[in-house]
Design a protein around this ligand. Structure first.
Ligand SMILES: Cc1cc2nc3c(=O)[nH]c(=O)nc-3n(C[C@H](O)[C@H](O)[C@H](O)COP(=O)(O)OP(=O)(O)OC[C@H]3O[C@@H](n4cnc5c(N)ncnc54)[C@H](O)[C@@H]3O)c2cc1C
Length: 410
């Protein structure tokens, strides 16, 4: 077997490692620094407790208000609206209660194994120093939100993850830097944080090379089925037996010429990193009302959030990052925001908020792993294990049927 991976973000590099650990020959094509592109700016929160797909009836009810608020957690640029019609219709279908229940079950099964897979990989790769099982907290400002969070705790526990309710005083005890008056939260003790995503990614890429995997710093223009079987990759002379599309938010561009129409869009997200915040957090935090996250990194405090639908090519709207600064000041009195750096990146988003992991319907030697949306850092290692098992002819650790791309064509 000779496998080409198109895209060397976190999912591509983890998948290449899982294949190489099975002694399969791998070449990753990636034009940028490997294993860094999107995780480098992410919240670095390994949060398997997030088992509720974004497409749910609550989001649907809040949608009109969200769409007309320029400072809300979700915006759609008018220029992108026409491109979002079919994605939006599928999103609406995904909010039906039966579909939400299926989504929760699928994410629960994948996420339940996610952190163990990540820690085991980090151990093998020598990247443990960059991870910490810190636990994570979902914070509620008001009592109605806290009630909703507590109602979600049973489903998280049913998925096999520990969860503890915190009242306002218990929250302050764990995170004294938070503003007074917050209602409380949910503590997920098994959650984790990545202390330095750039070093973590670099170590994984180095481990892949140590295992004998190749990383070619070139973009794939097209994956072409070769006349005698196998795949040729536009930018290389070599012939491969198998190809895997791991190009994150760009994956549909490689699949379209092969006859696969994939409803992939991007939920663009922003961050600010505060190098000298002057306040310390002990856990990654997600704020339920504003949907922003804050994570202590080795080089500052990372504040991330917002979903912007504007496609892959529109310029960033840095007002979204500035908004994150104001929110950080609101939640963390006295936080210092001097020398903040700003960043925007592309979450690969399918309308039902489940990733696409599996084998292509009409090409026996073509596989895919993309569309992990808000959870790609969390799910990369377990996704990689599943894809490598598929190629090696082993049963995957997780039932992959919910993640089959054909779900959009039934
Ligand atoms: C603001 C923000 C915060 C986030 N926070 C978290 C978090 O706390 N926890 C979490 O679990 N997830 C988080 N995520 C989501 C997570 O970062 C993504 O889901 C994950 O990085 C996706 O990984 P990927 O490898 O599929 O895509 P990417 O990391 O985007 O990698 C895709 C790679 O493919 C390459 N590529 C594209 N086209 C081609 C081509 N034609 N040929 C070759 N290569 C190509 C790109 O250069 C890129 O390196 C966050 C995302 C954002 C934006």
């Amino acid at each position: 077997m000779r496998v080409a991976l198109a895209g060397g973000g976190i999912v591509g590099i983890c998948t290449a490692i899982a294949l190489r650990e099975r002694k399969i020959d791998v070449t990753v094509f990636e034009p940028e620094e490997p294993a860094v592109r999107t995780i480098g700016g992410s919240a670095c929160y390994l949060s398997p407790g997030e088992i509720f797909p974004l497409a749910d009836p609550q989001v649907l009810r809040a949608l009109p208000k969200l769409l007309f608020s320029r400072s809300g957690p979700l915006v759609i640029r008018a220029s992108h609206l026409p491109h979002l019609v079919s994605w939006g219709m599928r999103f609406l279908a995904a909010t039906r209660p039966a579909n939400v229940a299926r989504g929760v079950a699928a994410l629960s099964a994948l996420n339940a194994r996610a952190n163990d897979a990540t820690f085991a990989l980090a151990h093998r790769a020598g990247a443990n120093a960059y991870l910490e099982r810190s636990g994570g907290i979902h914070v509620a400002r008001d009592t109605a939100t806290l009630k909703a969070l507590r109602e979600s705790a049973d489903a998280i526990a049913a998925a096999g993850m520990r969860v503890e309710a915190l009242d306002g005083a218990q929250l302050r005890e764990r995170e004294p830097a938070l503003a007074p008056g917050l209602a409380g939260g949910l503590l997920l003790p098994g959650d984790a944080r990545v202390r330095d995503p750039i070093r973590f990614g670099a170590r994984l890429a180095a481990y892949l090379r140590e295992l004998g995997g190749s990383i070619v710093r070139r973009r794939v223009d097209a994956l072409v089925p070769a006349a005698g079987g196998g795949w040729s990759v536009s930018s290389s002379q070599d012939l491969f037996t198998h190809a895997i599309v791991t190009a994150g938010a760009w994956s549909h561009e490689l699949l379209r010429p092969l006859g696969y129409t994939v409803p992939l869009d991007t939920e663009r997200g922003y961050n600010v990193t505060l190098p000298e915040p002057g306040v310390a957090l002990n856990h990654p935090l997600v704020f339920a009302e504003s949907r922003i996250a804050m994570t202590p990194l080795d080089y500052g405090l990372r504040v991330t959030g917002t979903v912007e639908f504007a496609g892959l090519r529109a310029a960033p709207d840095w007002r979204r990052s500035d908004m994150l600064v104001r929110m950080a000041q609101d939640y963390l009195p006295g936080v210092r925001c001097e020398d903040a750096t700003r960043w925007m990146g592309f979450r690969p988003a399918l309308p039902d908020a489940l990733p696409a992991i599996g084998g292509a319907a009409r090409h026996g030697e073509l596989f895919y792993a993309f569309g992990h949306e808000h959870l790609g850092f969390t799910q990369a290692a377990i996704t990689a294990e599943c894809v490598a098992a598929l190629l090696a002819g082993e049963p995957p650790a997780v039932d992959l049927r919910p993640f089959d791309l054909e779900r959009f064509h039934r």
